[in-house]
Design a protein around this ligand. Structure first.
Ligand code: HEM
Length: 409
């Protein structure tokens, strides 16, 4: 399908564009109606916006993620491939999101087993972390819910699960912000430098933590993953280190944004907040509606493994398909009154965690953290109110979260 000249492309479809950042939906709505398989010549990829087309693509287990398999002109794929300055030349390990089978299954299976087992018994730990974070606030009548609550909870929880020193909270947060710069298409030289520094610092840190547990295993996720390797799972040392880092990075900002977006959505919709206060058992549904309504991740992608058709359009082998998560989640063909925030909606699943074999491995943890944090926050603050008119979203490309959210107790 040809690109229509006045349709947005490249950075205009990311949070770097002030209009898109403030409200992407008018534009996504237009694309869904006029060009649901929109060829973006800047990113060299299709930009997809319809729910059914996106679900079909993300759940197609034959499609690929390894950027090396994308055609030459797939600039977006090449962006994901770059390595930070100073990274070891012999480090060929990749994050599972960019692996295909058989490597993807080889690496994902033991990691998922170890993570799911830890998450299944983590409720008490998550509750303890959230209590501690809320305790730190106690005497403040007005505060920023992002820096005081949404940011610390995920860092402290993943640090606990991995078994690393929670006192290094600030460093973990800074490292994950540095590593996210790997996805920034317009990095300044300073940002490239910060990305490189964060990468080597976090890699050195985890290499030492892993070595220590190899000598003396502990009751934590790093030791569980090492035990899986000893039982004969074919995980390389580089893969273990890379994925410990990956858990720290993939889980922090995304889950912070979910918590922040959730507080905002509830405070902006008093009738929904009242429903949740009256029936706290609705929290599971409320978090799913928050994920649908304000998804923390803007898009995921797949590469065609064959000559195929997607959204009724021919797609050639090696072409990339970017799937817009907020567009799918607000498609009127999938959801009645999609722009309405309704925590009791009977709904089909959103695509905020992607789908198929790459579906987010951290989804159960993110859901648990959001459910516990929102529940405890509402219990502690029966009169919580927004005290900010101008809502400022972050300009971090491909992620959707708030800069700041001032609330009154
Ligand atoms: C609200 C929070 C989160 C959101 C919205 C989110 C979203 C996503 C999305 C959209 C994908 C791509 C899926 C696809 O292409 O089909 C993904 C993959 C992934 N996420 Fe998350 N994520 C969140 C939290 C987490 C957490 C807490 C962790 C780890 C502790 C995590 C680890 C991963 C990993 C390892 C992958 C790659 C999985 C694979 O390729 O097999 N995420 N996530």
């Amino acid at each position: 399908m040809a690109a229509s000249s006045d349709l947005p492309t490249g950075l205009q479809l990311t949070e770097l564009d002030p209009g898109f950042r403030a409200d992407p939906h008018p534009l996504l709505k237009r694309l869904r109606a006029e060009a649901p398989m929109h060829w973006d010549p800047v990113f060299g990829a299709y930009f997809m916006t319809r729910y059914n087309d996106i679900r079909a693509v993300v759940t197609d287990r034959g499609l690929l993620r390894d950027s090396d398999k994308a055609e030459e002109g797939a600039h977006f794929a090449k962006l994901l491939q770059t390595r930070p300055p100073g990274s070891p030349q012999d480090d060929n390990s990749r994050f599972i999101l960019f692996m295909d089978d058989p490597d993807h299954t080889r690496v994902r299976t033991p990691l998922a087993k170890a993570l799911y087992a830890r998450v299944a018994k983590a409720r008490g730990e998550v509750e303890a972390v959230v209590d501690r974070v809320l305790d730190r606030l106690d005497r403040k009548s007005e505060f920023d819910a992002i820096s005081e609550i949404a940011v610390p909870v995920p860092v402290l929880v993943i640090a606990r699960l991995l078994g690393v020193d929670e006192a290094r909270e600030e460093e973990f947060r800074a490292w994950s912000e540095g590593l996210i710069l790997s996805l920034h298409p317009m990095r300044t030289p300073e940002q490239t430098e910060a990305w490189g520094q964060a990468t080597s610092a976090v890699n050195d840190y985890f290499a030492a933590e892993i070595a220590e547990r190899r000598r003396a295993p502990r009751d934590d996720l790093i030791s569980d993953i090492l035990a899986a390797q000893e039982r004969g799972t074919e995980l390389t040392d580089e893969e273990i280190r890379g994925h410990c880092v990956g858990f720290l990075v993939a889980g922090n900002m995304t889950t912070s944004d979910l918590i922040g977006n959730g507080i905002l959505a509830l405070l902006q919709h008093p009738s929904e907040l009242a429903k949740l206060r009256a029936k706290p058992e609705l929290i599971g549904k409320a978090v799913e509606e928050i994920l649908r309504y304000e998804p923390p991740v803007g898009q995921t992608a797949r590469i065609a493994d064959r000559e195929m058709s997607a959204g009724g359009c021919p797609v050639h082998k090696g072409q990339m398909m970017i799937t817009s998560i907020p567009a799918a989640n607000r498609d009127p063909a999938a959801y009645s009154d999609p722009d309405c925030f309704d925590i009791t909606r009977e709904t089909q699943p959103h695509v905020s965690f992607g789908g198929g074999q790459h579906i987010c491995i951290g989804a159960p943890l993110a859901r648990l953290e959001a459910q516990v944090t929102l529940t405890k926050l509402l219990q502690r603050y029966p009169n919580l109110k927004l005290v900010q008119d101008d809502i400022r979203w972050k300009n971090t490309p491909f992620f959707h979260g708030l800069e700041e959210l001032r609330v009154r107790a």
